[in-house]
Design a protein around this ligand. Structure first.
Ligand SMILES: *[C@@H]1O[C@H](CO)[C@@H](O)[C@H](O)[C@H]1NC(C)=O
Ligand SMILES: *[C@@H]1O[C@H](CO)[C@@H](O)[C@H](O)[C@H]1NC(C)=O
Length: 393
């Protein structure tokens, strides 16, 4: 029985290794990547599959499907101005959006790539620093709806250049730049039928510092609009330089003129801000201060005032008291007499009430005959009749 034992050990080891590889997929971290963006212009960052495929160590197949995820560092979602799209794991991902003035500064984005075959992951930190556009916002903006493209097809640099060249033909100017790229699905468009050649449609916003050409102006004129309402093509006063690569829906063209907002003055440095390269010099040590006098003043002055007020009140209440004599002097004699007579009467009544040994009035006696004045002894009457005591005294 020599054979099966090493075999079993090998199988066990392979199993353990396999389980370990399956349960703890590899994770690698790529070095940080710094990119810059300008306000008022589209920012596009392509997540190339090849770069991440190289980082998946030990992955033999060079064409493994890769899924990307992107979110703000330490946060679950992307910043508001940034959107992400990856059509399927065989294609690159795109981070795109148009930052505005409130987004100035550095945005730290975490990008995660999953190898769908090995479950290995690679992460990369993307530092997007948004700087203000040197020329300010473009005052003239036109938004084209490209009917025969998906959003990720217009995001690569080459496709955007091609689009700008085509729009320069219609606009007649060369200083155009792409401001925003949006899928028509984000604007209420419909998902196309799964038929070859059908696309979602993309809105491309192009800006310039020079006014619109007559060609563009005529495409949004009321006459053209009414033709659009009737389902006809708008008036075309120039050659459509977009065709045949981009089929523009001319009825959905929007022209926008943005008036430059007055730039608000930046913060003004006060005297407390240290100059460039200056050393901080602490103030000289302060002299020790004597706080006893101020303490005493704070404590003693209110105490003295309080004592003074006490004395004044005491004097008024004890020594300046004016009594009965003053009151009597101020009252008229008649009033005093009246008062004292009431006093005397009531005192007399009170005295009478205390000594009740005066004889009772006759009318209160029970056996008093009002007409004859005769009275009988009630006790004597009680003697006869039923109330007579049974035993004589
Ligand atoms: C760009 O397009 C998106 C989606 O339509 C919109 O939310 C965003 O405000 C646009 N940005 C600018 C600067 O117009
Ligand atoms: C294009 O404009 C028409 C009306 O002018 C509107 O009905 C249609 O929804 C727009 N298409 C898209 C994709 O927004």
């Amino acid at each position: 029985m020599e054979g099966p034992e090493p075999l079993r050990l090998w199988a066990l080891a392979a199993l353990v290794l396999g389980v370990a590889r399956a349960t703890v997929p590899e994770h690698r971290v790529l070095p940080d990547l710094r990119v810059s963006a300008e306000t008022g212009a589209v920012f596009v960052h392509e997540l190339e599959r090849e770069l991440f495929l190289e980082a998946f160590s030990g992955s033999e197949d060079d064409d493994a499907p890769v899924t990307f995820r992107a979110h703000l560092w330490d946060h679950p979602d992307l910043p508001r101005w940034l959107r992400f799209i990856q059509r399927d794991p065989g294609q690159p991902g795109f981070l795109y959006g148009c930052p505005l003035a409130p987004e100035l500064g550095t945005h730290s984005i975490q990008v995660l790539a999953y190898n769908r075959h090995t479950f290995a992951t690679v992460s990369q930190r993307l530092l997007v620093s948004v700087t203000p556009a040197p020329g300010g916002d473009a005052p003239f903006q036109a938004e084209f709806l490209v009917g025969n493209r998906n959003v990720e097809e217009l995001l690569p640099e080459a496709a955007r250049e091609m689009f700008l060249q085509a729009s320069a033909g219609v606009w007649g100017r060369g200083d155009l730049h792409v401001i925003n790229v949006t899928s028509a699905l984000d604007r209420g468009g419909r998902v196309p039928l799964p038929i070859e050649g059908r696309r979602e449609g993309v809105y491309v916003q192009v800006g310039s510092h020079s006014p619109f050409s007559p060609c563009l102006a005529s495409a949004v004129s009321p006459l053209s609009r009414s033709r659009c309402h009737r389902g006809q093509r708008p008036l075309a006063s120039c050659y459509d330089t977009f065709a045949p690569d981009f089929s523009i829906r001319w009825c959905n063209l929007t022209l926008l003129q943005v008036w430059p907002s007055p730039t608000t003055p930046g913060p003004v440095w006060g005297p407390g801000v240290l100059g460039e390269g200056g050393d901080f010099e602490p103030p000289t040590p302060v002299v020790a201060r004597e706080f006893l006098p101020s303490f005493l003043v704070t404590l003693l002055v209110p105490l003295a005032v309080a004592a003074l007020l006490c004395l004044l009140l005491g004097h008024l209440m004890c020594c300046r008291r004016e009594g009965v004599e003053k009151r009597d002097l101020q009252t008229s004699d008649l009033q005093l007499l009246h008062h004292s007579s009431i006093h005397g009467d009531s005192r007399e009544l009170r005295l009478m009430a205390t000594s009740r040994d005066v004889p009772r009035p006759l009318s209160t006696l029970p056996m008093f005959n009002v007409r004859t004045g005769q009275r009988s002894d009630p006790m004597g009457n009680l003697r006869d009749g039923a109330r007579a005591p049974l035993l004589p005294h």
